[in-house]
Write a protein that binds this ligand. Structure first.
Ligand SMILES: [Zn+2]
Length: 444
């Protein structure tokens, strides 16, 4: 007899099935499964990866009898990955079917390279299929606003996943020309889309300005942090549900996603074990903020053990109103390296600016440079606006900037000067990279 799982329980049911468990999943069962898998990952990495053989040489003799014992194991960092990516491999290069090169920020300036076998890519497709199925219906037409031309790229994996879910994927790629993409959305009669938050915001604002009717049921925002103001704007313009996906390439692209209650990401616990640690690297109790650290439980080509993500968040201790047993992570709004300190010893983040600047009507993108080499810190903001520049927009932008407490404080103390440049364009391209950051000029 086929049992139908309600849509809000589908993600939990998928995790349970992968863990070899049935319905009525308990935290004890999950802990037991994860401990067993963590041990397997340590064994795989120590036995096959030159990097982990060296890193773990003083630790493998220590028994991991409970998750607290895992604290004896040293962290893996993004710098390790930048410097020694190939040393991480547990398989031969010929077994690698996809290499993802990710951003080249960080102390060394080297790019990160993350390797996947066919088996590892299959894990991602499976996660995408079951994650997307929690809010899509069979036959839905889903626009993919992520790169997907190359085999194994995020868009390509998503196409495979959606096809398996009985959904119609429509690949578009990143938005380059807003009017053209909006036209495409109308023609293709899309029900849902997956895209980068600011790109989707621009489409919504342009569609509203030009009165293009788009009947969107849902949007999934991915790749960069998601400002609350963008969610609210998409709901206002399109009346759609807005879901968030959390993940990074190192996690095998996906870490978790939220449900209809929109109360934090439900974690992909069958494939990943998450910890939140304080500045000293010690795990904090649920509810307390710290850095997100994860260990892969099922990856074969390039497993990660206690990988420091640099993302700051916390586990939400109360159960989600959907009733899932899966752990919840609060939305990521800050990164450890994303705090910009001013001379008055206050700081602000891209997220602080996003919430204020994107609240201004017509804004579709902005870039920020902070020059701390001057006597008074110089903050230069360039804002891309749909339509005409006007006095009201300019005033709203200044108000937005001085809605950020750290900026007001530094300016009052005579330690900050600010310039705002407004750029109006009709066809519009996006100056920002998919992951947006504040550019800082300072003494190293
Ligand atoms: Zn939920």
């Amino acid at each position: 007899m086929r049992v139908t799982v309600p849509q809000n329980k589908m993600f939990e049911a998928w995790n349970a099935k992968k863990m070899g468990l049935g319905s009525n999943l308990t935290r004890e069962q999950i802990a037991h499964y994860q401990l067993h898998k963590v041990r397997q990952t340590i064994k795989l990495a120590y036995g096959n990866s030159p990097f982990y053989r060296k890193l773990l040489k003083n630790f493998v003799s220590k028994e991991i009898n409970c998750m607290e014992d895992l604290q004896q194991i040293p962290f893996t960092t993004a710098d390790h990955l930048r410097e020694q990516a190939r040393q991480f491999l547990c398989v031969s290069q010929s077994d690698i079917s996809r290499i993802v090169t990710s951003d080249s920020s960080g102390t060394t300036g080297e790019a990160k390279r993350i390797y996947f076998t066919d088996f590892d890519q299959e894990l991602t497709i499976d996660f995408f299929q079951h994650g997307m199925s929690t809010f899509l219906k069979r036959g839905d037409r889903v626009l993919i606003l992520l790169p997907g031309e190359r085999v194994g790229s995020v868009g390509d994996l998503l196409i495979k996943a959606l096809e398996r879910a009985g959904v119609v994927p429509i690949l578009h790629g990143l938005v380059q020309n807003i009017p053209k993409t909006v036209e495409f959305m109308v023609q293709e009669r899309i029900d849902s889309l997956v895209g980068i938050p600011i790109q989707v915001l621009a489409l919504a604002r342009y569609a509203e300005m030009t009165k293009k009717a788009i009947q969107l049921k849902s949007a999934l925002l991915s790749t960069d942090h998601v400002p609350d103001v963008i969610i609210q704007e998409l709901i206002r313009v399109w009346g759609c549900q807005v879901f968030e996906h959390y993940g990074m390439t190192e996690m095998g692209l996906g870490g978790g996603l939220d449900c209809e209650a929109h109360e934090g990401y439900h974690l992909r616990e069958a494939d990943l074990y998450f910890e939140i640690v304080d500045q000293r690297g010690i795990p904090v109790p649920d509810g307390q903020e710290g850095e997100v650290v994860f260990t892969t439980l099922t990856r074969q080509g390039m497993p990660f053990i206690r990988y420091r993500t640099g993302d700051l968040s916390r586990f939400l201790p109360d159960p989600c109103s959907c009733g899932t047993i899966l752990k919840r992570l609060e939305r990521i709004i800050r990164r450890k390296d994303g705090l910009v300190f001013l001379k008055s010893n206050t700081f602000f983040t891209m997220s602080d600016l996003d919430e204020k600047i994107f609240a201004v009507d017509g804004v579709i993108d902005f870039t920020v440079t902070v020059d701390s080499l001057q006597q008074a810190t110089q903050l230069d903001v360039s804002v891309w606006l749909l339509g005409q520049s006007n006095e009201a927009a300019e005033r709203a932008l200044w108000d937005a900037l001085y809605g950020v407490p750290a900026l007001v404080q530094a300016r009052k103390a005579g330690q900050l000067s600010v310039s705002v440049k407004i750029i109006c364009s009709k066809d519009t391209f996006f100056p920002s990279a998919p992951k947006r950051r504040i550019m800082e000029l300072k003494d190293s």
